[in-house]
Design a protein around this ligand. Structure first.
Ligand SMILES: Nc1ncnc2c1ncn2[C@@H]1O[C@H](COP(=O)(O)OP(=O)(O)O)[C@@H](O)[C@H]1O
Ligand SMILES: [Mg+2]
Length: 363
């Protein structure tokens, strides 16, 4: 049987561009060579797509838009060959796309919408789950509606910050108090997130987050352990053993996540049997609450004083390097990295086949 072509799509115009390249390098190198023939498709920071000639070069820091790479695009129509070269060169077609994209324009439903229009199966969540999972305000609304425990927060629009920052600060102090966390609503990897302990820090935090998004979420700060759980599947998702993050800084900011190298992942997390079970049950409920498919990493807070458990967020395309939490947790649960990739590709085809069953006419 010929090997399936897997388009590993990465980069993109998001603050998590570099993280995406790191994840994609691992995915590209570890797809089962017996079954799959990977194609590296990079999206530049400006949003232009390229078929990468020598992926190692890009994974080692080379430019996605270098001259040697072929400008390509995907047509949003279910034609026989939707993957086209802008220079008219005949192109191999990917059988399935693995969007290893984090953040806006990748993890938020936009790419998923294009792939749906093109009729190509793809790994991970569809349009709705991706966009709900990306937008911290909407995500928390859905979690609350599903009866899932979340920390108090208020939504702040950038235009309010620009119009009357004093009133915004008063509102936050009355509703949330200090310490609080200010976050761009649609981002990840802690980009643009700050902790504020007083009005001066809050002002700075609001201005900082406003550079990344027009909507912000300001959340009550909690003193908590950070526990993460990986979920895998479509209609019958399974949860991995949970892991714990010990950030190298006051909180798990961008530097602690990717730069310092001093943050620690404890796998599996040291939990009581009851806590582990509760986390795993909640992780699956979270996954189902947003109608997720394929994969999702669900992150929790366990309050240090009371032991109460809160859902922090779901990531529909979590960090995916070999040493990232999502695949590490599966490895610990008995599913090695390469086999995890195979399972994800199979789930992509399963989901696509299920969608194709839908009638599009009532006649
Ligand atoms: N309400 C909170 N209380 C305490 N720490 C928080 C809170 N919200 C976020 N953090 C810290 O900031 C980090 C990043 O926040 P998170 O909401 O997970 O954003 P991202 O989507 O960028 O990962 C968390 O891992 C945690 O360390
Ligand atoms: Mg997070």
């Amino acid at each position: 049987m010929s090997r399936l072509k897997v388009g590993v799509l990465f980069g993109g115009c998001s603050g998590e561009h570099e993280v995406s390249i790191m994840s994609a390098a691992s995915v590209y190198k570890n797809l089962d060579p017996q079954r799959y023939d990977p194609m590296a498709i990079g999206i530049s920071k400006k949003g232009h797509w390229f078929l990468i000639k020598d992926p190692r070069r890009v994974f080692d820091g080379g430019a996605i838009d270098a001259d040697e790479n072929i400008p390509v695009t995907l047509l949003g129509q279910p034609v026989e060959k939707p993957f086209v070269s802008l220079e008219g060169i005949p192109q191999d077609q990917p059988d399935v796309i693995f969007p290893v994209l984090h953040g806006p324009y990748g993890e938020d439903g936009t790419i998923q919408g294009l792939l749906d229009l093109a009729g190509i199966p793809y790994v991970g969540a569809g349009v709705l789950a991706s966009s709900v999972g990306m937008d911290k305000e909407m995500m928390k609304k859905v979690f609350r509606q599903a009866g899932l425990p979340v920390v108090n927060d208020v939504t702040v629009m950038r235009y309010s910050v620009e119009n009357d920052i004093g009133a915004v600060i008063d509102n936050i102090v009355n509703g949330i108090g200090y310490p609080c966390f200010v976050k761009p609503a649609n981002l990840g990897s802690s980009v643009g997130i700050s902790k504020a302990e007083n009005s001066k820090e809050l002002k700075k935090a609001l201005l900082e987050a406003s550079m990344f998004d027009s909507k912000l979420v300001v959340e009550e700060g909690v003193d908590a352990r950070e526990i993460e759980c990986s979920v895998l599947g479509n209609n019958f998702p399974k949860a991995s053993l949970p892991g714990e993050i010990i950030p190298s800084a006051d909180f798990y900011d961008y530097n602690a996540k990717y730069i310092s190298g001093d943050s620690r992942l404890i796998i599996p997390a040291s939990l009581t049997e009851g806590q582990r079970k509760e986390i795993q049950d909640l992780a699956i409920k979270v996954f189902k609450a947003i109608d997720c498919s394929g994969l999702g990493r669900v992150d929790f807070f366990i309050l240090k004083d009371s032991g109460e458990i809160y859902v922090n967020e779901i990531n529909t395309m979590p960090g995916f390097t070999k040493i990232s939490m999502y695949p590490k947790l599966w490895e610990e649960t008995g599913l090695p990295y390469g086999e995890l990739l195979t399972k994800l590709v199979e789930l992509a085809f399963e989901r696509n086949a299920d969608r194709k069953r839908n009638r599009i006419s009532h006649q």
